[in-house]
Design a protein. Structure first.
Length: 207
């Protein structure tokens, strides 16, 4: 059995507040992201200036598009992975994901956003799910997601355009994962133990 723990930090930037009418993804939407080199996201609070004007672009064609997926869920597709979402009572939920090697289905979904989102708003949720990896390993994951609109101000983009009334949404996701070999033909498969690890990832979006 292999266990793992990750902490993921994802600040999201948007102009004004977030509403389901204006910011919820819809089938047929296509977003072209611009990946840039890392820069510290800065302090929380009001009247913040995020100067990304001199950042170098590492990928101009990082695409994300949406369609209706299985069970009528909203499927977001990026980096060869499909993420399954739904909107329930103004809450944007993540029900799992799949790609060529991994399938994960959440029994208790992740709460990504609860609309509307304004400065100072925060949410917290617990989630868990099960799946498989390469048809060889059973995998499970559980953890927490904490989201807070913790900063607002002005942003300077790499092409020198300036955005005012920018709201940053700060998300911390903690994951505890386990995996074990899948048994075939009723044979007993020896379990393996692993170590606990921690990693941090930072992601920037302009919605």
């Amino acid at each position: 059995m292999i266990a793992g723990l990750w902490a993921i930090y994802m600040p999201t930037f948007a102009q004004h507040g977030l509403t389901s009418l204006h910011n919820l993804p819809r089938p047929g939407d296509e977003i072209i992201k611009r990946q840039v080199e890392y820069k510290d996201p800065g302090r929380s609070g009001e009247h913040v200036l995020w100067d990304f004007g001199k950042l170098k672009t590492t990928n101009d064609e990082y695409k994300l598009f949406y369609r209706i997926g299985k069970d009528s869920l909203l499927a977001g597709i990026e980096h060869r992975t499909i993420y399954y979402h739904s909107l329930t009572n103004d809450s944007l939920l993540l029900w799992g994901y799949e790609n060529y090697t991994t399938l994960m289905e959440n029994e208790q979904p992740e709460l990504l956003l609860r609309f509307p989102v304004n400065y100072g708003d925060s949410t917290f949720c617990r989630y868990n799910g099960n799946g498989k990896y390469s048809d060889r390993l059973k995998i499970s994951a559980m953890g927490t997601v904490t989201t807070k609109a913790d900063a607002r101000g002005m942003m300077i983009l790499p092409d020198s355009d300036t955005l005012k009334n920018v709201l940053r949404v700060h998300t911390v996701k903690k994951i505890a994962g386990r995996s074990a070999p899948i048994s075939f033909h009723g044979e007993e498969t020896p379990r393996r133990r692993g170590s606990v690890t921690t990693s941090v990832r930072k992601k920037f979006l302009n919605i």
